[in-house]
Design a protein around this ligand. Sequence first.
Ligand code: HEC
Length: 99
Amino acid sequence: MKKLTLAVAATVMMTGSAFAGDVDAGKGKSMMCSACHGAAGISAIPTYPNLAGQKEAYLAKQLTDFKSGKRNDPTMKGMVAALNEADIANLAAYYASLK
Ligand code: HEC
């Protein structure tokens, strides 16, 4: 299963343009996000937003904007620094898939 996920992620990366987010790959990457945004994308902390069920394109845009600095939040800037375009697409797909 893990191998399959990696293969899918690799395929997504190799195909380059028009990233279609992979929910399973996003879930795998979401461990470090869950500390703040909750295991199922529902945050227990008032100042940390819920991500579950948010629109995929919106999530991807926010993550891209945190990375570029267009949206400035010191906490999230650190979180997205190590993410590439495919990771962002996968995370957005994962959180959008949650209820
Ligand atoms: C240390 C706590 C913390 C961690 C870990 C964290 N975040 Fe965040 N995140 C925040 C906070 C705080 C905000 C609100 C920022 C603001 O006020 O602009 C936020 C905002 C966001 C937003 C914007 C939501 C919206 O409604 O606009 C997204 C998307 C997001 N985080 C995704 C992630 C992802 C994906 C990860 C894992 C790679 C992650 N976060 C890890 C604290 C965290």
